[in-house]
Design a protein around this ligand. Structure first.
Ligand code: KE4
Length: 424
């Protein structure tokens, strides 16, 4: 088996040869690779090439690949069976960890992906408020749920348009899309439609237009206006949850949402998503309340133990200063190398997530992110890949470090990046 053979066979039976579009490398060009092994901060492809990994499977692997405690727990659990379809003690253990680490979550429901988490959270907000409209931000991605796969319409406070074929405009029109960090636009939609808005859903630190932090006071502004107008505030912490601090972005910025969506780190690499909030709000979720949501593999015991070991490690070790300092070393190193080459760039970093944008303008929303030179990014990505450094194959994603990246790995990565830039 080698990369080319795996990809060729994949193209026979998988649309685009992948199970998620970004893996096809269309945004960066060149041949995609297949990964077959990971350990600590490194991964190996089907040709046997080794990479220092800053993709981290799009965020989950905050402890690095195949962490011994996670592997041990999963190996033991899987021998007892893989799934039962009735409640299992491990679901309760993980739920207690979530409730302990994210205090605004008094009750939580596990699902199998971040998409299921945000989809269910929006349904809950609509059911709880009896209202229909959803406000989201241009450039924020919340999974592939119809109501959230909606692009900004023309003009600022207008209804959304389908983000992809297959979404009826009647559905897209129930979503209002406004620019990230734009308080005026949010105020305008609430002035126009306030009584009909069920919720605002936001990535408290955006990761899907590349990393874009909230402007000072922006999250507090969202908290105040939603409370004033009777809409629920949903923080999509699928990336930031347990990543930016034990309690995620809401702890870091001190703003309390009504509903929190979680995923990625929560499952430690296994398929887990979750949504949660106050007892009062979550009491509306079936079977306690009338708002339906379900899932065959929700709370799957093997996935639950991976999450339990991951969150226990984060709760007990709180490695956030270490993660922050490692990412800062990488940020400063990469910026220094790009400056030496005279390549204009901006780096946005929050804790252990960052993005290198090839643009001279400050990146504060999707419009400014799109001013980046994505063709140059593609060449940068491929050159790094050829020199043993794996970053996300898209300009509009986040790089991640893990507790398995030691200082020597960061230095080694910077040496490989320097060599790659020499070939650019
Ligand atoms: P999943 O359904 O992919 O587990 O989660 C959807 C989701 C929800 N919310 C946020 C903030 C997310 O970032 C995501 C998924 N992230 C993308 C890339 N950032 C996953 C990669 C992919 O689609 O293959």
């Amino acid at each position: 088996m080698n990369n080319r053979k795996v990809i060729q066979e994949a193209l026979e039976v998988l649309p685009g040869g992948v199970n998620s579009p970004v893996r096809a490398f269309k945004a960066v060009g060149g041949e995609p690779i297949a990964l077959v092994k990971g350990r600590g901060c490194k991964v190996w492809d089907a040709d046997g090439n080794e990479y220092i990994d800053f993709l981290a499977s799009w965020g989950p692997l905050i402890l690095g690949h195949a962490h011994p405690k996670v592997v041990k727990a999963v190996s033991e659990e899987v021998r007892k069976g893989l799934s039962f379809g009735l409640t299992n003690p491990h679901e309760v253990r993980l739920a207690h960890l979530v409730v302990e680490m994210v205090p605004t979550v008094e009750k939580v429901r596990f699902v199998s992906s971040g998409t299921e988490a945000t989809m269910s959270a929006v349904r809950l907000a609509r059911g709880y408020t009896g209202r229909k409209l959803v406000v989201k931000f241009d450039g924020c991605y919340h999974g592939h749920y119809d109501s959230l796969l909606v692009s900004a319409g023309s003009g600022v406070a207008t209804f959304g348009i389908p983000g992809t074929p297959g979404i009826p405009e009647e559905i897209a029109k129930l979503t209002l899309v406004v620019p990230y960090n734009d308080e005026g636009a949010v105020k305008e939609v609430f002035d126009k439609y306030g009584e009909d808005i069920a919720c605002v859903i936001v990535e408290p630190v955006a990761g899907n237009m590349g990393v874009v932090p909230p402007k000072k006071g922006f999250l507090k502004f969202l908290r105040d206006i939603t409370r004033e107008k009777g809409a629920l505030l949903i923080f999509d912490e699928v990336i930031t949850g347990f990543r930016l601090s034990k309690g995620g972005a809401q702890e870091l910025y001190g703003v309390e949402p009504d509903i929190t969506c979680l995923g990625k780190v929560l499952g430690g690499g296994m398929p887990v998503g979750a949504y949660g909030g106050s007892r009062e709000i979550m009491s509306k979720v079936a079977p306690e309340g009338p708002i339906y949501q379900a899932g065959t593999l929700s709370g799957n015991p093997v996935a639950m133990v991976a999450g339990v070991e991951t969150l226990k490690e984060l709760r007990d070790k709180e490695p956030y200063e270490e993660l922050d300092s490692k990412m800062r070393t990488l940020e400063e190193g990469v910026s220094g190398l790009l400056k030496e080459k005279g390549i204009p760039h901006r780096i946005n970093r929050v804790g252990s997530m960052m993005t290198v944008f090839f643009t001279e303008s400050e990146v504060v929303d999707f419009e400014s992110a799109k001013s980046s030179d994505t063709e140059l990014f593609g060449r940068f990505f491929r050159s790094l890949l050829n020199n043993g450094v794996l970053i996300p194959p898209s300009q509009f994603e986040a790089w991640f470090v893990s507790t398995a990246h030691e200082e020597e790995h960061i230095q080694e990565a910077l040496e490989r990046i320097e060599k790659a830039l020499g070939e650019l």
